[in-house]
Every structure is written in structure tokens, then in C-alpha cells.
Design a binder for this molecule. Structure first.
Ligand code: ZN
Length: 163
């Protein structure tokens, strides 16, 4: 299919809430393929549809164990235990910020065949799922980090702009 350009910091589409997918038709299957092509090309561990400018609730991810496509993913449970770790985002270049997130999550979604799936994830997979689902809600890494980290990240984003 196709590799899309990834929307970056400041693009309003990253701040919008994506709409639920009502029908898993060819358009959604093509979208998922384009998203995984774009994600592997980048390369990144995950991508949300917002990042290629499409406001549909679709995410793709691969933490080295194969491709996952989740449609209308929803976090239905999180562990009380949280862990802080550095996180980056394909929309934010080289920026890394410390984010504390629950270590384990349970996510409900549909797969590309329309089947209900329930994913119990931990560590990196849990972090990627939460990160991508955040995107679908218009939330980005800068919103999840401490003020000081955010200031540092914004400064490096400003400094990396090439005129
Ligand atoms: Zn991201």
C-alpha cells in the first residue's frame, strides 16, 4: 500500500478525538495496511490513525512479536502499580520524556475480521497500547509528563526546527 507522512508536533489533528469505526470495510483494512507500512518504515513500535491525519479509532503496534491491529481499542482495566520510563513518539522526533503509566492493562478491541479481542498486556506492550490509545483521544506525551520535562521537550522541539 503506502507510506504516509507522519503528522508532527503542532498539527491540530494530534489534538482531536478520533471517531469509532462503525463498519470494518475495505477502507478500514486499507487504512490499517497503510498505518503498518508507515509504522515499519519510520520505524516505530506503534502508530495511531491520527498520526497520518485520519480521525478513526485504529491503532497498529509491533513490539517485536508481530503486528497487531486494534479497532476501537478501549482500556478496561489498569494495574495499581505504575512505572516511570522514557517515552518517545513518532510525531515528536528525538524527544524523550519520562512518563509514569500502569504496568499492566486490559484492552478490549476488534480485530480486522470484526472479532472481539481482549488483550492483557504488561511492560512495553502495556505502555505502547496506552500511548496509542491516548493519541485517539487527542492526548500526546507532553500531556503525560512533568512540567519540567515538558519545558525541556518543547525547547528541544523549537531548537530542532529547520528554516
Ligand atoms: Zn505517539
Amino acid at each position: 500500500m503506502a507510506v504516509f507522512s507522519i503528522r508532527g508536533h503542532g498539527d491540530p489533528v494530534l489534538r482531536e478525538k478520533a471517531s469509532p469505526v462503525l463498519k470494518i470495510n475495505q477502507e478500514i483494512k486499507d487504512l490499517a495496511k497503510n498505518m503498518s507500512d508507515t509504522m515499519y518504515d519510520a520505524p516505530g513500535a506503534g502508530l495511531a490513525a491520527n498520526q497520518i491525519g485520519i480521525l478513526k479509532r485504529v491503532i497498529t503496534y509491533d513490539i517485536g512479536e508481530g503486528l497487531h491491529v486494534c479497532i476501537n481499542p478501549e482500556v478496561v482495566w489498569v494495574s495499581g502499580e505504575c512505572e516511570e520510563d522514557e517515552e518517545g513518539c513518532l510525531s515528536f522526533g528525538e524527544v524523550r520524556v519520562l512518563i509514569s503509566r500502569p504496568v499492566r492493562v486490559k484492552v478490549r478491541a476488534k480485530d480486522l475480521n470484526g472479532n472481539d479481542v481482549e488483550i492483557t498486556a504488561e511492560d512495553l506492550e502495556a505502555r505502547v497500547l496506552q500511548h496509542e490509545i491516548d493519541h485517539l483521544n487527542g492526548v500526546v506525551i507532553l500531556d503525560r509528563t512533568a512540567k519540567r520535562e515538558k519545558r525541556k521537550a518543547l525547547k528541544s522541539l523549537r531548537d530542532s526546527i529547520i528554516y
